[in-house]
Design a protein around this ligand. Structure first.
Ligand SMILES: *Cc1c(COP(=O)(O)O)cnc(C)c1O
Length: 404
């Protein structure tokens, strides 16, 4: 009896293997960057790794190994110690935590901001304190797992609309008409496709139907919009999105931490009631100091944003010319559609042997039959690296009959 659950787990793993969707982790021996040293095999650590071009990181501005941020984190270790050994409200709030929250609020143009251990926690803690059974959440069907889980934890009625489908959003808003408060929840950028949410129309519909708008801007903050303030800035709807969530684990240095930014009473209520905030350790001081400096860098990273955009355009053009099927768009997330999960995994393995680190995404991360290799450009990539990657994709794609 006591082992039956263990046996069941082993059988479930066999099912995952049969479907060809087992996720295995390759060990990396270098800092995160446009070129990394990684094992070309899975599992056991081979030692030094091989130098490969990395097309997988959320390291949009190339800040993950930035010497300025590393030095600032080092100094903060000296001045503020390693960790807080406390949640924020007991004895876990240093000057750095509040400075980071104020700086982020100013960057995004909101009244205040609250920092969580991750954006997963921010989304997990956001909905439950705000919404009750008489309220409605209207949620995009492709929203990030953390939004879905956060909504599951609250008692509001749930309405789902087809991805970025504004007619369906309006239908759902009408269906939620009898509720007390309506909150629309969407990713700013949908992470599996790189598709940007139609925020101008979402804000219009919210205003028409007396709803609030929450945007998770993890794949935009720091690099989309003129100052990198994210999709509201890019799409000209600043001030019309009431609640923003995001991460310090992507463009803004890539370390860790997440946040909710918005009206002061909502932020203060989250400090009182959000469970991942109340019951989880404060973010380490060195991480706060580096995130604070990352915002300063990002706000003025015009050159990096231009390079990032150039790299995305160059890769899209080269891959389309080679005959690959991409998801069209402008974002540095560029999915190369393969279809079959096992084939996508083999293509990714062959690319690694050619010196290009990519990962295949399959069910349940994307719908069944829609396996893909999600590539992500960085400002840190050189044009030569982009061209080398296109050439490797072309060779491997031909081998597998994906392109002529
Ligand atoms: C990455 C991501 C998260 C999670 O952020 P973490 O800080 O890594 O927990 C949440 N939402 C979206 C849309 C993301 O892309």
């Amino acid at each position: 009896m006591s082992n039956s659950l263990v046996d069941a787990a082993a059988r479930m793993l066999e099912d995952i293997d049969r479907a060809g969707t087992r996720k295995r982790e390759r060990t990396i021996y270098s800092p995160q960057s446009s070129v990394i040293r990684a094992d070309t095999t899975f599992g056991e650590e081979a030692g030094e790794g091989t130098e490969v071009i990395n097309l997988c990181a959320n390291n949009y501005l190339g800040l993950a190994d930035d010497p300025r941020l590393i030095e600032i984190a080092r100094q903060a270790l000296d001045t503020h110690g390693l960790g807080m050994a406390s949640v924020r409200f007991i004895c876990g709030t240093q000057d750095l935590h509040r400075a980071l929250e104020r700086r982020m609020a100013a960057y995004l143009g909101t009244e205040d901001c609250i920092v969580f251990a991750s954006c997963f926690d921010a989304n997990g803690g956001l909905f439950e304190p705000l919404l009750g059974a008489e309220d409605a959440v209207i949620s995009d069907s492709l929203n990030h797992a953390s939004i879905i889980d956060g909504i599951r934890l609250c008692r509001a009625q749930r309405f789902r609309y087809a991805n970025n489908d504004m007619d369906d959003l309006e239908r759902q808003l009408l269906a939620a008409k009898g509720c007390r408060y309506r909150l629309i929840a969407t990713d700013g950028v949908f992470s599996m496709d790189g598709i940007i949410a139609n925020l101008p129309r979402i804000c219009e519909l919210a205003e028409k139907h007396d709803a609030m708008v929450m945007v998770d801007d993890c794949h935009a903050t720091g690099f989309m919009g003129g100052r990198g303030a994210g999709t509201p800035e890019l799409l000209g709807v600043e001030g019309r999105v009431q609640i923003l969530t995001g991460t310090f684990g992507k463009a803004l240095g890539g370390a860790s931490g997440g946040y909710v930014a918005g009206p002061a009473p909502i932020i203060e209520l989250l400090r009182q009631r959000a469970r991942p905030y109340l019951f989880s350790n404060a973010v380490a001081p060195a991480i706060c100091a580096a995130a604070l400096a990352a915002i300063d860098i990002a706000e003025n990273a015009h050159e990096e944003r231009r390079r990032l955009q150039d790299n995305a355009r160059r890769f899209r053009a080269g891959m389309a010319a080679a005959g690959f099927t991409l998801v069209a768009g402008e974002h540095p997330i560029i999915p190369v559609m393969i279809g079959d999960a096992a084939l996508a995994a083999r293509v990714a393995d062959d690319l690694l042997r050619q010196g290009v680190y990519v990962i295949a995404f399959s069910y349940p991360v994307v719908p069944e039959g829609k396996a893909r290799i999600r590539t992500q450009m960085s400002a840190a990539h050189t044009r030569e690296q982009i061209d080398t990657a296109i050439a490797a994709f072309t060779a491997v794609g031909r081998d597998h009959g994906l392109i002529a």
